[in-house]
Design a protein around this ligand. Structure first.
Ligand code: UN1
Length: 502
């Protein structure tokens, strides 16, 4: 396992770090590879005392970092992007080994980090505020954006490195310092990224406390969400988790960015390029073994092409190679753990109970590791199980007659992350993208639901949580807006023409 060595991963790894300093702890968790279920290494769990030390370091570092000009912070992020380029292969391999996504996707995830670094470097020179014309003479009005302070980042196992970078790189150029808690299912990814960043911090002689790592379960997450020293929590994960984070942070009037579950659908119209639609569907449904928040879970197919699509899918599913995600020919790697398999098996039973039919796959492979055959099921949209996000490669097939019905089905779930329609008909396409079309944060035409680029704002509506990360003007969520009015005259006129003579 050369890549573990290259990344500085050892048998026992500290899971708490203030940047260059790594803090040892007594309590540890083990990281297992889903490829064969074996233990890789242990990682130290952050104690309450260590957590407070991290927050104090972060507060100190904020005084330095927030006072650096934004383009200089951008320069540090540029160097982080360069280091990630150097470590792309070993880090991509670790993502694959610890999380289970195939190597191509592991590399893609690191590329997503590199891309967001590039984006953030540019952004560091574009933290624009507006200027307004004052209604009073000899007055100037404008707004400027200031950093918030400490940004808490809670990320999930399925994107163990990229989601941190969307938040951390943007937050960093904005002048914030970061405390990151990754998933306890993928703690080594956090350790490895922290070590890569540490090299840049060292080369630039930067203080401790800018990029911090904490490790542990819910408890550590709760310390963060309850902590009034952390003005913003950006959390990615399940709707259940997001509701708790949202409530706790709101009760102290803190800010959140929530990126929670999706129940993403593709509508295949009678006017679709069927081959393209099928390829996009398969990548969306079985990519990352159905464990992306953008995974395609529902396929809403026009009745005239339903049988054709179903047959093609069954054929393709039959030829998908499932196995070791580090092997080049593998298209579907393992699920993250036994719990994930159990959830999937329960969902398959639910489908049949509610009157649906599993028409392909779903079985657990008799191998070490957590391998399943991706499943296809015929269902109706209103089934309780279809309304839930099951984080597994189960694709629901549904039929529609007319477009209004398809869009109603499409929007008829609690979640609103990503969506797609395949059609070559301009009216259908524009309707889907219009206000009466998809109600999701992401809506695509002739592109699947997963695999978004970092340049757009990423996130969704309804129970997906409403947050936006990554590109576009998502940076504003990591800053506070200040409205400034400057009186450069020698009188004191009041706004709204109020006369108040003293
Ligand atoms: C996630 O699953 O939490 O759009 C993020 C995509 C990826 C990001 C997914 N760029 O599928």
């Amino acid at each position: 396992m050369e890549f573990l060595k290259t990344l500085g991963i050892e048998g026992i790894n500290p899971g708490t770090s203030t940047g260059r300093k790594h803090i040892e702890s007594k309590e540890t968790i083990s990281s297992f590879t889903p490829t064969n279920g074996e233990k890789i290494a242990t990682v130290g769990v952050t104690s309450r005392e260590q957590y407070d030390r991290v927050v104090e370091e972060a507060q100190k570092a904020y005084q330095v970092w927030s006072n650096m000009p934004a383009p200089q912070r951008g320069e540090i992020v540029r160097q982080i992007g360069q280091k990630l380029r150097e470590y792309k292969e070993p880090l991509g391999k670790l993502v694959t080994y610890e999380m289970g996504k195939i190597y191509q996707e592991g590399l893609g995830e690191v590329q997503e980090m590199i891309d967001i670094c590039d984006f953030a470097v540019g952004q560091s020179r574009m933290l624009y505020g507006k200027t307004m014309h004052s209604e009073r003479p000899e007055h100037r009005m404008y707004e400027q954006w200031h950093p918030l302070g400490i940004v808490g980042i809670i990320s999930a196992f399925n994107f163990p490195v990229a989601v941190w970078s969307w938040n951390a790189m943007i937050a960093a150029v904005c002048g914030n310092v970061m405390i990151w808690k990754g998933s306890e299912k993928t703690p080594l990814c956090g350790v490895a990224v922290q070590k890569i960043v540490a090299k840049v911090l060292k080369e630039n002689d930067l203080p401790e406390g800018i990029f911090n790592l904490v490790t542990g379960d819910r408890q550590v997450g709760e310390w963060m969400t309850e902590d009034t020293r952390i003005p913003l929590i950006s959390a990615t994960g399940s709707i259940r988790m997001g509701k708790e984070v949202g409530k706790t942070v709101a009760s102290r009037l803190g800010k959140t960015i929530l990126e929670l579950g999706g129940n993403n659908a593709i509508i295949i119209s009678e006017h679709a390029d069927i081959e393209m639609a099928i390829r996009a569907t398969v990548f969306g449904a079985v990519g990352t073994c159905g464990q992306r928040c953008t995974s395609t879970r529902r396929l809403i197919i026009h009745e005239s092409v339903y049988d054709q699509v179903k047959e093609r899918l069954m054929n393709i599913y039959d030829n998908i190679t499932i196995g070791d995600p580090l092997e080049e020919t593998t298209l579907v790697g393992p699920m993250i753990d036994q719990d994930a398999i159990n959830n999937m098996q329960n969902a398959l039973k639910e489908i049949e109970k509610e009157g649906g039919k599993v028409i392909y796959g779903g079985d657990v492979l008799e191998e070490d590791g957590f391998y399943v055959r991706p499943a296809l099921a015929e269902v109706e949209n209103h089934y309780e199980i279809v309304q839930e996000e099951t984080f597994a490669p189960i694709l629901y097939l549904m039929k529609f007659k007319d477009m209004d019905e398809a869009i109603a089905m499409h929007n008829g779930v609690k979640q609103g992350l990503s969506s797609a329609m395949f059609t070559l008909n301009m009216r259908e396409a524009e309707t889907f993208l219009s206000a009466r079309g998809s109600d999701c944060g992401i809506a695509n035409i002739n592109i699947g639901t997963s695999g978004a680029e970092i340049g757009g704002a990423f996130g969704g509506e309804k129970e997906t949580g409403g947050g936006r990360e990554s590109g576009s003007d998502a940076w504003k969520a990591y800053m506070r807006r200040q409205t400034n009015t400057m009186n450069w005259g020698d009188s004191l006129p009041l706004a709204q023409g109020i006369d108040f003579d003293v």
